[in-house]
Design a protein around this ligand. Structure first.
Ligand code: PLP
Length: 443
């Protein structure tokens, strides 16, 4: 008997009682390797002593001060730190409590920017199909996952979607990466022109698409082309790095590897590593200046924004990552994870694609490798894989609906940055067994 409205009603969850390093333990004493950091959150694993110490110290100083009355040292320090390492041109930070809040704030910043600049006609947001930007109404409207949007459609603001850059499914036979990048990016220009170049506010995209597509990186040059198209029409580029950012792909920001910087960048998850709920929007100087010279404020706000405990967690997590050189480990262990996944699944009849960057890897499962035909969605293969993995003491992040919100299955692997070689091997071994058992149970 529970009084919590859990994510699913007719299943019983184990009770998590303790976390240490890369493992979580339930009330029965069973351990689970956290190979997905929950949902790509726990970048330092669990129970990190330095983060815990920083949280204790902050609690002793001050737990909460409303941001309409005060700023706090810890929030200022975190903002300084984030801007020190920010992509080119981003120089202010708006602190919130999670990814959806970050997206909502970024959308409103983009709209207010054009109002301040005397371009109130700009109202359209363009994003990509099969992206996930959060579950609040603005973020849900922006996301392109049909299944998540369907029943709430009557409540969603008008948004427009183009295809993701998804080479496994959309790159044509014999088409070069350059040609595919050009074709995929052209969809943005076409959409801007269709809507009216002076009526579009922003294009929103995840540099490496996470939850709903399974760690899909763009082909080379795609984002350079996207940046150029946005610049040509004065459209703001909002990059959503809530899942793929803060080191997950081996560089602090995923977009560094694409050689571009956005106008607005959303981060969350790995920012606080799960030690506190925290998200942020990093905004360009031009946006800040438009607010500063215009109305003098950004018309938004939440009770818990800039929360000192959340800021303390974010600061401590980022401090540890830098101090311990953990991005080097993300690169090295990411390469090993890729290698092990390739070895284990390269000849697997039902693994169509293995992809990703750093410690952000995805596997797409198919019924038939040659035709890329997906499994019947009724089999709920992703649910079976998760069940089999949990039974084997492994947390991974499988999802259905990869192709169009209904068809397709992928598994996301996103272990903590502190992971060691032998742990990678244990993860791949258990993952292989779980996938085989799930497919056998669905046959
Ligand atoms: N954006 C992306 C890319 C995400 O992956 C998520 C969550 O998975 C969100 C936004 C929403 O974040 P939150 O669940 O913290 O609201």
């Amino acid at each position: 008997m529970t009084h919590i409205l859990h994510r699913t009603i007719h299943s019983t969850l184990p009770v998590a009682v303790r976390g240490q390093g890369i493992e979580l333990f339930d009330a029965e004493g069973k351990s689970y390797i956290d190979a997905s950091g929950g949902a790509a959150v726990s970048c330092l694993g669990h129970g990190h002593p330095d983060v815990i110490a920083a949280l204790h110290a902050q609690l002793d100083r001050i737990a909460y001060a409303h941001t309409a009355f005060f700023t706090t040292e810890v929030a200022e320090q975190l903002a300084d730190r984030l801007i020190e390492d920010a992509p080119r041109g981003l120089d202010h930070v708006y602190l919130v409590s999670g990814g959806s809040e970050a997206i909502e704030a970024a959308l409103k910043m983009a709209r207010q920017y054009f109002v301040e600049k005397g371009e109130p006609r700009r109202r359209h947001v363009i994003a990509r199909r099969q992206s996930y930007h959060g579950n609040t109404l603005g973020a849900l409207a922006t996301g392109g996952n049909e299944w998540r949007r369907a029943q709430f459609k009557p409540l969603l603001i008008e948004t427009h979607h183009i295809d993701p850059c998804y080479a496994y499914r959309y790159q044509q036979e014999g088409e070069s990466d350059e040609a595919y990048a050009a074709r995929a990016a052209q969809q943005l220009e076409d959409k801007i022109l269709e809507l009216g170049a002076d009526e579009v506010i922003a294009f929103v995209a995840e540099p490496v698409v996470g939850a709903t597509l399974g760690a899909v990186p763009p082909v080379a040059d795609y984002f350079k082309r996207i940046r150029a198209i946005c610049d040509r029409y004065g459209v703001l580029l909002i990059l959503d790095e809530v899942m793929c950012g803060m080191g997950r792909t081996g560089t602090l920001h995923a977009c560094e590897q694409d050689g571009i910087a956005p106008d607005l960048l959303t981060i969350a998850k790995g920012l606080g590593g799960g030690y506190q709920p925290i998200g942020a929007v990093l905004l360009g100087r031009h946006i800040f200046d438009a607010f500063a010279k215009g109305s003098g404020f950004f018309q938004h706000g939440h009770t818990y924004m800039g929360h000192p405990m959340a800021a303390a967690a974010g600061l401590a997590v980022q401090e540890v990552i830098r101090r311990d050189g953990l991005l080097d480990n993300v690169k090295a262990m990411g390469a090993r994870l890729d290698e092990r996944l390739q070895q284990r699944f390269d000849n697997h009849h039902h693994v169509g694609d293995i992809r990703g960057r750093g410690l952000f890897r995805g596997i797409e499962l198919v019924l038939d490798r040659a035709t890329k035909e997906p499994f019947d969605p009724k089999l709920k293969l992703h649910v079976r894989i998760k069940r089999e993995a949990m039974a084997r003491g492994l947390m991974i992040y499988p999802m259905g609906g990869t192709i169009d919100g209904v068809r397709g299955v992928h598994v996301l692997v996103a272990p903590p940055f502190i992971i060691a070689k032998q742990d990678i091997d244990r993860i791949v071994e258990r993952l292989g067994e779980a996938i085989d058992a799930a497919i056998a149970s669905a046959a």
